[in-house]
Every structure is written in C-alpha cells, then in structure tokens.
Design a protein around this ligand. Structure first.
Ligand code: AMP
Length: 343
C-alpha cells in the first residue's frame, strides 16, 4: 500500500522490468544537479546495491556541497572521472536518468550517454517533451519530487529499503527540497504523508533545512541582498525579475550553486505572481521561472527551448544577458496579461 492508502498501480511496470533485466547501472541526473535529482540517484543506487546489483552515480561537475552530508562515502563521480576511463561504457549495461528525461539536460554526460548505445530508463516528474529518451519510463507530473516517486516504488517493492537510514534521509530531503519546505504548489496530501512516515521511521525533520537553507557563505547572502535591492517589479507588481552577470558573481566570490534559492525570495511580495531570474553563463543565459500557481509558465520556458514543471521551469538561451532578459520579460508580460488580465 502507498501511504495515501492506494493500491500499487502499474506506473512502475516498465521500470521494474528494466531493473530486473540489468545488473550494472549508471545513474545520472540533470546538469546543475539539485536536491531532488542527485539525492534520488544516491538513494536509488543504494537500493540497487541492496539487490546485489552494481550502481554508480555520476553528475556533471563537482558535487554541490549539499551532497556531502548525504554521501558520507563520497560515491558520486564527476563526469570527468567517469568518462576518463577508457571504455567507460563497458562497465555498465544500463543507464537510469532521474529527474530528467531530456538528453540535453544531462549536460556533458548527454552526448556520451546517447553515443554509448546503453539502454536508458527514466524516472521523472517533469512535463514530457519531444526528443526525450524513449525507453522504459515512469513519469508522474503530479509527484512533488522524484524521491517521492522512488518512495512509492520502494514501498511497492515491500518497503525493505526504508530500513536503510540513509535512504530515509535522502528521500525525505528530496521532498523537503523540491517543495521548498512544503510551501510550493506541488505539495500534496501524499507528500505530507510520506514526510510524516519518513520522520516516524527516523529521518530528522530539521536536517534538510540546515543542509539546504542554512549552509550559505556570508558573500552569498550579501549578493542576494544586492540583487534584491534592484529587484524589478512590473505588470502592477505581478512580475518580479532580477539578473546576475558573471562579473558580479565573481566579484562577490559566490559559487553558482549558492544562487539556486535566490528566486524564492521575491515570492514573499504579496502582489507577485511570477518571478524570473536571469543568470549569465558563457555566451548563454540561464533563465529560471517560478509561478505562485495561478499562471503556468512552462509554455514560456518551452518557447525558449526549455521546459520543466507547470509552475517551475527554466531554459538556457544563447545570447547576451540584457537581450535575453528583455525578450523573456516581454513573453512573460504577454502571458501574465493574457492569463490574469490587464495591470
Ligand atoms: P531552474 O530554474 O533551472 O531551477 O529550473 C526549474 C525547473 O525547470 C527544473 O525542474 C528544471 O529541471 C527545469 N528546467 C530548467 N531548464 C530546463 C531546460 N532547458 N529544459 C527542460 N527543463 C528545464
């Protein structure tokens, strides 16, 4: 039984068969790995190993600092470490992509995974898109996090995995992270039931808050203050946006991963419906979009080659910071007015 009392369904049939048919898994998640994707990979790798299978987690770039308390054995490999070994793909007979089904979202692991010819299974909660991996998958747009889906799956498998304290902590952390501490519109009754069950089984209710929201450098908080002091409010205060150049990021000496939560702050303004954060990369701009839940922004992200969820989406767009900012703000203004009326 799942925690909301529903019987086990067929949602995981294809993934269950995929797992049964393979022994040596590579687990990957999207670039800029976050508290859902990467921690889900670590949890699922532990589960696969408990079945006597082999499982390696790899992510683009060095692991973000939130991983360390959740990966005491340092199991996560960087893409460079993984790909440096000649014939790297021969070590595996399958790939599992978690928290994305889109090859390009795997960043520097995308092309090698596709070219390896290894079969790819997907467990994801994003809105499916054309060009996604077309192998076995479990996709649930209503799931608060991939970790919540894994919890359902592991429960269907008998729940023995919940006897591993690290798996409990990991899955609980994915839920807390992806719901922004149960505040975002993806939080459901099921999410809260899972959270309660994990805490009942031994997960600390406060640990994820400390890891994700109380571990920043002083410079990061100062940079956030700097960006908020020039927050733009448009469309009668319904659209809030801010942008960050590479030079500013460097000047403040802040790691990019520390900027992930900045977009949450303008939600506290009562009039705000949509928030956009533009962050300059090399020759591209990372566009992050959030909605409080009245206006879907996924289609706007898609127009710029991105995707995500109905109310939390993103894209990486080629071009300069000012130019891309202006173009995306125009699209968001149009969308906001079409959805909620004139300012
Ligand atoms: P971000 O603002 O980068 O945190 O992304 C918000 C959500 O949109 C996350 O669930 C991402 O996985 C998703 N997302 C971001 N960029 C893209 C993209 N280029 N394509 C598809 N999904 C994306």
């Amino acid at each position: 039984m799942t925690p909301e009392g529903g019987a086990a369904g067929g949602r995981f049939e294809a993934i269950r068969a995929f797992i049964g048919a393979h022994e040596r898994f590579l687990l990957v998640t999207h670039m800029g790995p976050d508290g859902d994707g990467l921690l889900s990979c670590i949890a699922f790798a532990r589960y696969l190993e408990s079945l006597g299978k082999k499982a390696t987690v790899a992510a683009e770039g060095p692991p973000p600092s939130f991983v360390f308390p959740y990966d005491p054995e340092g199991t996560v490999r960087t893409h460079t470490e993984l790909l440096a070994a000649p014939g790297w793909a021969e070590r595996f007979d399958a790939v599992l992509a978690l928290d994305t089904g889109k090859p390009s979202r795997l960043g520097k692991l995308g092309v090698p995974v596709v070219e390896s010819g290894l079969p790819v299974g997907v467990i994801d909660h994003h809105i499916p898109e054309e060009g996604d991996f077309d192998g076995p998958s479990a996709i649930d747009k209503r799931a608060a996090s991939v970790g919540e889906m894994l919890a359902d799956f592991l429960d269907e498998e008998g729940g023995a995995a919940f006897g591993d304290p690290l798996i409990l902590r990991l899955l609980f952390a994915t839920i807390v992270y992806d719901t922004g501490q149960f505040r975002f519109s993806n939080t459901t009754e099921k999410t809260l039931r899972w959270a309660a069950r994990f805490v009942e089984l031994g997960a600390s209710p406060t640990e994820p808050f400390g890891v994700f929201w109380e571990s920043n450098s002083p410079s990061s908080v100062k940079l956030q203050g700097h960006l908020m002091s020039r927050l733009h409010l448009e469309c009668g205060g319904r659209l809030a946006w801010f942008s960050l150049s590479k030079a500013e990021l460097e000047r403040f000496g802040v790691r990019r991963e520390e900027t992930e939560e900045y977009i949450t702050f303008p939600r506290s303004i009562s009039t705000v419906e949509i928030i956009a954060f533009f962050s300059e990369l090399d020759g591209r701009v990372r566009v992050s979009l959030r909605s409080k839940g009245r206006v879907e922004i996924h289609d706007v992200a898609q127009r710029f080659g991105g995707g995500g969820h109905a109310f939390a989406s993103g894209a990486r767009v080629a071009g300069g910071l000012d130019e891309i900012t202006a173009t995306v703000i125009a699209a968001l203004t149009e969308k906001l007015r079409a959805s909620l009326g004139p300012d």
